[in-house]
Design a protein around this ligand. Structure first.
Ligand SMILES: Nc1ncnc2c1ncn2[C@@H]1O[C@H](COP(=O)(O)OP(=O)(O)OP(=O)(O)O)[C@@H](O)[C@H]1O
Length: 259
C-alpha cells in the first residue's frame, strides 16, 4: 500500500481552516441531494515512487470527476496506476502534484487526522479479497463497521439488518464467511462498506475473485445501492463484460487517461 502523505501548504481562496474541513456531514452523507455538482474532483494529479534509486512516474497528470450517484470504472492493464489513483481518492496516499477536492474541500491539504476522519465518515472501501473478519458472522462484520464509524449503538440493529437485506443476504445474516460463497462474501463486504452511510464507495477489483455470473450479480447490487443509498461508486476492473453498466469508464494507459 502506498505511503502516508506529506502535508502541503497550498491555500485556495475561500478554503476553510483545517479544523473545519472534515467535520462530520450534517445531514448524513447519504442524504446529499442528487445534484450535478461533482462529489470529487481530481486535477493535475501526479504521483511517483522511488524504487531502487530510480524514480517511477506512476500517475502523470490525472483529471477526473465523480458525480453523485454515478458508477464510474477505472480500466487499464496491470501496473497502469489504477490502485495508486484509488488510494489517492480514498485519502490513503497524497499526490506529489495536483489537487483532490472532496465535497468541495481540499483533500490534498489535509493531515492524517482529518483524512482518517473523512474516511471513517464518508468513504467505504471494498477489496478484491472481501477483507472480512473470519470468526465473525455476516451480521457481526457489518456491526463492526458501524462500531468503528462511531454510529450510535441504538441504530446498529436496524441498520445492519437493512444493509444485509439490501444486498440479498437477509437469510444468511448469521453465517460466518467460510459458510458463504465468494459472491455472498462480497455482498457482506458491500453491506459493511455502505453501513455507515458513506457518500463514496471505492472498490478495487471487486469482481476479480468471482465467476462471471457472480460478478454480474455484484454489479446489480451496486446499481441497487446507488439507487437506494445515494452513493457514488468508483471501482477498478479488468473485466470488459461489466463495463456497460458504468455511467463513465476512464481508460488508463501508463499513468494517463486515454478516454
Ligand atoms: N508504494 C509503492 N512503491 C513503489 N512502487 C509502487 C508503489 N505503489 C505502486 N507502485 C508501482 O506503481 C505501478 C502502478 O501500480 P498500481 O498498483 O497502481 O497498478 P494497477 O493498475 O492497479 O495494477 P493491477 O491492475 O495489477 O492492480 C506499478 O509499477 C507498481 O509497482
Amino acid at each position: 500500500m502506498a505511503s502516508w502523505f506529506r502535508n502541503k501548504q497550498m491555500s485556495p481562496p475561500g478554503a476553510p481552516p483545517a479544523s473545519e474541513i472534515f467535520s462530520p456531514p450534517d445531514p448524513p452523507a447519504s442524504a446529499i441531494p442528487h445534484t450535478s455538482e461533482p462529489l470529487l474532483t481530481v486535477s493535475g494529479v501526479q504521483r511517483s515512487f522511488h524504487v531502487g534509486g530510480h524514480k517511477l512516474d506512476v500517475l502523470k497528470g490525472i483529471e477526473m470527476e465523480l458525480r453523485p450517484r454515478q458508477l464510474v470504472m477505472l480500466r487499464g492493464r496491470s501496473g497502469s496506476g489504477k490502485t495508486t489513483l484509488l488510494n489517492l481518492i480514498g485519502g490513503l496516499d497524497q499526490p506529489d502534484e495536483g489537487e483532490i477536492w472532496f465535497h468541495g474541500r481540499p483533500f490534498h491539504q489535509c493531515g492524517d487526522d482529518e483524512r482518517t476522519l473523512i474516511r471513517r465518515k464518508e468513504i467505504g472501501f471494498i477489496f478484491q479479497s472481501f477483507a472480512l473478519m473470519p470468526l465473525l458472522s455476516a451480521w457481526e462484520n457489518v456491526e463492526l463497521a458501524l462500531r468503528m464509524a462511531g454510529t450510535p449503538r441504538a441504530q446498529w440493529q436496524a441498520r445492519v439488518t437493512h444493509c444485509l437485506e439490501l444486498v440479498g443476504l437477509g437469510k444468511r445474516m448469521h453465517h460466518r464467511p467460510f459458510e458463504l460463497s465468494g459472491g455472498e462474501q462480497q455482498r457482506v463486504a458491500i453491506a459493511k462498506a455502505i453501513a455507515h452511510r458513506p457518500a463514496l464507495i471505492l472498490a478495487d477489483e471487486p469482481t476479480a475473485e468471482l465467476d462471471s455470473q457472480m460478478g454480474a450479480q455484484i454489479m446489480n447490487v451496486f446499481q441497487n445501492i446507488i439507487a437506494t443509498e445515494y452513493v457514488t461508486i468508483c471501482m477498478t476492473t479488468h473485466d470488459p463484460t461489466i463495463l456497460e453498466v458504468a455511467n463513465h469508464v476512464y481508460e488508463m494507459v501508463d499513468g494517463r487517461f486515454v478516454s
